[in-house]
Ligand binder design. Structure first.
Ligand code: MTE
Ligand code: MO
Length: 397
């Protein structure tokens, strides 16, 4: 094992976290921002960025002797230091990382699912700075657009050092197809910066992988090894966790090998300016939130309804101030969410519904029942908030 980077076996050396986070599990630490904090900015401040862990946060003992081992089905294995990675061309990629478990709590309300519960904030949008994985792999003799290595490797596996109970104390690991890893346009990064600052421990210091447009589970933090392997990673999280089963499959009839692990996330949106518990004065209500889709697909429309989906009206989408958002245009951040806003005139008790349509015309499903799955992943049904109105406010004053 690595001496310079190590995963502790207990939670006595966790980093400090922002007090306003909503903690969904303490050990391992899993937390999300409040809806308002998350939607307040296009670039998510590190403090409010989703924190999703499966074990105690690793510690760097000596950054000067840290290296990442690149090995597996290649002729010349190599060890790369942080400086070696930093010598490669640096890219800044703005990409949203979304956990597949985002909105799991809501899915559990129809029928219980297993996993850490999350509201609608298990994601964040950051500008990641680092080397492209495609450039790192060129250093070991794999050219761009290699689908199969000369020795028959088809996947690139990332291994960390954190001690995860699901892996019986072993490290977290995941893989992506070699063709994806060696495609420079896929923008897969070996990142050392987040929002212009050195990566924080919670988010993978000293190096993490960022796979844009793909569920967060493949973006391995605290990188120890990169291995070229024959087939996809056989670790717990790839084989027995992040898979999407149909509603008919439950724990008594599950056959894990029947499905491949999830890669891209589907089109998603949620309202962040309101909570179900809000009691408001009738009148104009600001509705804001986020929408995103996987695989680099942009957001074509965000629509709201106040009559359960019988009719819809469009919300304004935006990323950068003063730059109109055009899905798929080079002026937009292809891997990033869009924020939306609209004003809704609320007269009495109202349910506000949001749904997004991506640039491939994929639409969010109406009901959670049709996409229910035992692990509670990829809940992307129309997001609803129920508002109660206070009609007699004056008489209270
Ligand atoms: N080493 C390691 N990498 C990991 C994980 C982990 O537990 N250990 N969790 C994964 C999951 S499921 C998600 S959603 C993202 C979350 O990244 P973040 O905590 O930086 O938001 O990290 C991924 N990478
Ligand atoms: Mo995740």
């Amino acid at each position: 094992m690595h001496a310079a980077l190590r995963g502790p076996s207990d939670y006595s050396q966790e980093p400090a976290r922002h007090p306003s986070l909503r903690i969904n599990a303490k050990e391992p630490f899993n937390a999300e921002a409040t809806r308002r904090d998350l939607a307040a900015s296009y670039i998510t401040p590190v403090d409010f960025f989703l924190k999703r862990n499966h074990g105690p946060i690793p510690i760097v003992h000596d950054i000067n002797s840290y290296y990442v081992t690149i090995s597996g089905m290649i002729d010349r294995p190599r060890k790369l230091s942080l400086d070696d990675i930093k010598k490669l061309p640096k890219y800044n990629v703005t990409a949203t990382l979304q956990c597949a478990g985002n909105r799991r709590t809501e899915m559990s309300k129809t029928r219980k699912v297993r996993g850490v519960g999350w509201d609608v904030c298990a994601l964040g949008n950051a500008t990641w700075g680092g080397a492209k994985l495609s450039d790192v792999l060129r250093l070991i003799g794999l050219p761009y657009h290699t689908e199969i290595s000369p020795s028959g490797g088809k996947h690139v596996e990332f291994t960390s050092v954190d001690q995860c109970p699901e892996e019986k104390g072993g490290p977290y690991k995941a893989s992506i197809p070699l063709g994806h890893a060696t495609n420079p346009a896929a923008d897969v990064l070996v990142a050392y910066e987040m929002n212009g600052e050195v990566l924080k421990r919670d988010h993978g210091y000293p190096l993490r992988v960022v796979v844009p447009g793909v569920i967060g589970a493949r973006s391995v933090k605290w990188l120890d090894r990169i291995d070229i392997i024959e087939e996809e990673c056989q670790g717990f999280f790839m084989q027995k966790d992040y898979k999407m089963f149909p509603p008919s499959v439950d724990w008594d009839n599950i056959e894990w090998s029947a499905r491949t692990p999830q890669m891209d996330y589907p089109v998603q949106s949620a309202i962040c300016s309101l909570e179900d518990t809000n009691v408001i004065v009738p009148g104009e209500v600001n509705v804001t939130g986020y929408a995103l889709s996987g695989g680099g697909r942009g957001i074509e429309r965000v629509e709201l309804s106040t009559n359960g989906g019988k009719s819809w009206f469009g919300a304004i989408r935006y990323q950068k101030d003063g730059v109109p958002y055009i899905a798929g245009d080079i002026t937009s951040d292809k891997w990033a969410w869009v924020l939306f806003k609209a004003v809704v005139d609320v007269k009495g008790d109202t349910e506000i519904v949001v749904k997004a349509v991506d640039s491939s015309a994929n639409v969010q499903p109406e009901s959670v029942e049709s996409i229910w799955n035992l692990r509670g992943i990829l809940n992307t049904c129309w997001h609803r908030v129920r508002l109660s109105t206070m009609h007699n406010l004056r008489s209270f004053l």
